[in-house]
Design a protein around this ligand. Structure first.
Ligand SMILES: [Zn+2]
Length: 314
């Protein structure tokens, strides 16, 4: 972990500490994280917590076990994620994992598996995990990290105890990134992606902030009729499209929340809805649909143009 344990982990850590102290920590934990909230880091913390050599200070972060977990080198802790060329966690590594979990631990602690993201499990790979969750060997801990629990097999979900990890406020996220990466326009960078700070640990804050400013300028000009969608569609389609779409979605979401807050504040004084709230919702739906399609072989320039026409001055 870059700098200490993030403050927003506290409720989840308290839950795990209480369960562990009462010796009722589940064998299967489903960590449901908000995007970029740090679910994998939380899973690592739990792995350190249960296998730390200093029971009074667990996790101490300094013993051999804690250090091995932090660098993914612990012989009793396996992390499975999709291989570089694939979107999926394949069957073979899961079978190897299950065989390994049945063996005795190298140390005196738990045998642990972290699957992240668990929704990347191939369905038959997920199936083969069921038996392990039903009859877990003693001192086994399986952690499934996901942003979308609904994409996991219901039978897998129901065998796990759920641990929720909500993301931090944008200000807290920016403070965390400043502490771990140094000063930068982190609030704008976070607003560009709409995700939490762990999604930005490798990102350049300045680049993201500039891309967001450019994207919002374009939206403003299109909304006011000073720019026509065909003039920018190619540019958007050629590069950074996914980030631009994330910028648009995050901006629209912020505006919708703002309109809702203003409506509540002005409700009693008789003001109506913000006039463009319907357009905001339309744009929000359209950009969400397009984000799902952006990695397919659709004609991106045409799709961008269609999207921006929705926002053009009527
Ligand atoms: Zn330790």
């Amino acid at each position: 972990m870059p700098v200490g344990t993030p403050a927003w982990f506290a409720p989840a850590l308290a839950e795990v500490n209480a369960a562990f102290a009462a010796q009722r920590l589940a064998h299967g934990l489903l960590i449901h994280e908000d995007p970029g909230a740090g679910g994998l880091e939380l899973a690592r913390w739990i792995a350190q917590r249960v296998n730390c050599a200093s029971p009074d200070r667990a996790p101490c972060g300094e013993c051999q076990s804690c250090k091995w977990v932090a660098t993914d080198q612990h012989p009793d802790v396996t992390r499975l994620s999709p291989e570089e060329d694939s979107e999926y966690i394949k069957v073979e590594p899961v079978r190897e994992l299950i065989a390994d979990l049945a063996l005795t631990a190298h140390g005196r602690g738990y045998k642990i598996a972290i699957l992240s993201p668990a929704d990347a499990l191939y369905p038959n790979a997920a199936n083969s995990l069921l038996k392990t969750l039903e009859e877990p060997p003693a001192k086994t801990l399986l952690m499934l990290v996901t942003q979308q629990p609904s994409r996991l097999l219901p039978t897998l979900r129901s065998r796990c105890s759920r641990l929720r990890l909500p993301g931090p406020s944008r200000a807290d996220a920016a403070a965390f990134l400043t502490a771990s990466r140094g000063a930068g326009p982190w609030e704008e960078a976070l607003a560009a992606t709409g995700a939490g700070p762990f999604a930005l640990l490798e990102s350049d804050a300045k680049d993201l902030a500039e891309l967001r400013a450019d994207t919002l300028r374009t939206l403003r000009d299109i909304g006011s009729g000073n720019l026509q969608p065909p003039a920018v569609a190619d540019k958007w389609a050629r590069g950074e499209l996914a980030t631009r779409l994330a910028c648009v979605e995050s901006w629209v979401t912020d505006r919708i929340l703002e309109s809702a807050a203003n409506r509540d504040a002005t409700h009693l004084s008789g003001s109506g809805l913000a006039p463009n709230i319907c357009r905001l919702f339309e744009l929000s739906d359209a950009v969400r649909d397009m984000r799902k399609l952006a990695h397919t072989s659709i004609n991106k320039a045409m799709a961008v143009e269609a999207l921006l026409w929705r926002w053009a001055k009527p």
